[in-house]
Design a protein around this ligand. Structure first.
Ligand code: URA
Length: 516
């Protein structure tokens, strides 16, 4: 029979600022291999008296099924045993409760003694491992010396549910957006870890070796190679710039790293780079091209694919500019910078095996990212066409510009700036003309500019003098509850002349005069 919810008052709870709230005890199989730690019970859990009974619980149940097990076979706990109200509870009270509640969690973990602990979200990560930065750490497997078991980190189901479409999680994986995919991607990695006997194979570096001339024959046969130079500085123009090593990956988890302390490249390495039939994958164009030109005096031939560029194309909201972030999302290799063991700035001095691990990790991550990103691009033929017909040639051209510089016709530039200014003024005027005078008066002081989100929100959604339209649920910022003024949301209202002018204005603003 379900235990009746109770208001607890034991010695620990007596010290807690939330001691008058309903306690929700942990549930599950005391012999479980998997112990999930969530955040805190919600309304539904408080009512029923057991963890993960609401929407987050339903999603968790579905995810647990993907591991080939069921809710009954696992154990579910929370960082907090009673409900918290993040908007009104003081942070210091929440922190105090977290500290006190840890006693219960600690007892439960020791009692269950799971083979793996799964932290769902930032509260769990903080309580179990004392760590922050959930999004940076998600997908990682780290070991807990305190509990003597590995800890897998992922986001909280509620985080994904905020902003998910109503058919989530019951739609096919391919149709999910990036955020919706997060948990399913992480649980896929978790499933692999469980299958491998709770070992993480993502960052297994045993397949990275020091390159010898004989290794080149095999690499030459490949039609795709991920390449990466390790250097003593990222500044190619530094007179002391030196290449430390060059890594090749043509197969997942296998990298061949050629050390270059005498700044000379083996003939066979050059043949690979110059072979135009071998596609190259890199993490940051045009670094490899410029290093090759400047240091070794030849050009890399064949198509060069930049995985960062591909990642930005597959997700326009991806705002990171480093290989680790790309790999964290697109591969099972998480936090590859850890391979440098803190010596990333000082690789010149680092022992050879560390350079091999680090450089090998970079090309392995590039290789894996390339494969997954290429598959993603292939799902959208138009995007793929745009990539092949536009992005690749433009990147080739920019690499040449980087090397040769380019001539700018200042007069033509000024003329087009003038044109853009004129167009922006006209579009602004046309859009502002559509506003009711009450709104114009209200916003006059702050400026009747189309760059002001509150003006747009007032007119479309908020102010009684405006249109009072209902914003689309999926375009409301969860934290603030405010409608977004993104292009995607505005497109839903493009039948309005105001929005039509605004969207045109945004286009011209983006390509024309970002400073206006
Ligand atoms: N969210 C949690 O973190 N825990 C629960 O028990 C329910 C929702």
């Amino acid at each position: 029979m379900m235990k009746k919810p109770t208001v607890v008052y034991d010695a620990t709870c007596a010290l807690c600022p939330f001691s008058d709230r309903v306690e929700v005890t942990f549930r599950g199989n005391l012999k479980a291999d998997l112990l999930f730690v969530g955040e805190a019970p919600g309304k539904q859990e408080e009512k029923i008296g057991a963890p993960f009974k609401g929407k987050s619980g339903a999603l968790l149940g579905k995810l647990i099924e993907t591991l080939g097990t069921t809710r009954d076979q696992v154990y579910t706990a929370n960082a907090l045993r009673c409900r918290i109200y993040k908007d009104t509870d003081a942070v210091k009270d929440i922190n105090q409760a977290l500290g006190l509640c840890r006693t219960y969690l600690d007892t439960a973990i020791k009692k269950v003694n799971p083979k793996i602990l799964i932290c769902l979200g930032k509260y769990a990560l903080k309580t179990v491992m004392g760590m922050d930065q959930i999004l940076k750490n998600r997908g990682r497997l780290i070991s807990s010396s305190e509990y003597g078991c590995p800890v897998f980190i992922t986001v909280h189901p509620a985080y994904v549910l905020r902003g998910a479409t109503p058919d989530y999680p019951y739609k096919p994986f391919a149709q999910m957006n990036m955020k919706e995919k997060l948990l399913f991607t992480d649980f896929r990695a978790l499933r692999k870890i469980i299958k491998n006997g709770f070992k993480d194979e993502g960052l297994d570096t045993s397949g990275y070796v020091k390159g010898m001339a004989k290794d080149l024959q095999q690499i030459k046969k490949s039609r795709l190679v991920a390449i990466d130079y390790e250097a003593n500085t990222a500044d190619i123009h530094d007179p002391n710039f030196k290449v430390i090593s060059l890594s090749f990956t043509t197969e997942r988890a296998k990298s061949v790293v050629f050390m270059m302390k005498n700044q000379k490249m083996l003939k066979g390495c050059r043949e690979i780079l110059e072979n135009e039939k071998i596609r190259k994958a890199v993490a940051f164009r045009p670094f490899e091209e410029i290093v090759t030109k400047k240091k070794f005096k030849f050009d890399i031939q064949g198509p060069i694919h930049d995985v960062q560029e591909m990642a930005h194309l597959c997700d326009e909201n991806f705002r990171k500019y480093d290989l680790e972030s790309v790999a964290n999302i697109w591969t099972d290799m998480k936090n590859i910078k850890d391979l440098a063991e803190g010596q990333r700035q000082d690789l010149w001095e680092a022992p050879e095996p560390l350079v091999i691990r680090y450089n090998g990790g970079d090309t392995d991550a590039t290789f894996r990212s390339y494969g997954n990103l290429r598959d993603e691009l292939k799902k959208d033929p138009l995007l793929l066409r745009y990539y092949v017909k536009f992005v690749l040639p433009v990147q080739d051209m920019l690499a040449q510009v980087y090397w040769n510089g380019c001539r700018i016709d200042i007069n033509a530039l000024k003329r087009s700036e003038k044109k853009a200014d004129h167009l922006l003024t006209t579009l602004t005027q046309k859009a502002i003309d559509r506003l009711p005078s009450a709104l114009k008066a209200l916003h006059e002081k702050k400026g009747l500019k189309l760059s002001r989100a509150d003006l747009i929100i007032d007119y479309l959604f908020r102010h009684k003098a405006g249109l009072r339209l209902k914003p689309m649920d999926e375009h409301i910022t969860p934290k603030t509850g405010m409608p977004q003024t993104t292009e995607a949301h505005l497109q839903c209202f493009s039948y309005l002349p105001f929005v039509e002018y605004l969207l045109d204005w945004k286009q011209v603003f983006k390509i024309g005069r970002a400073h206006v």
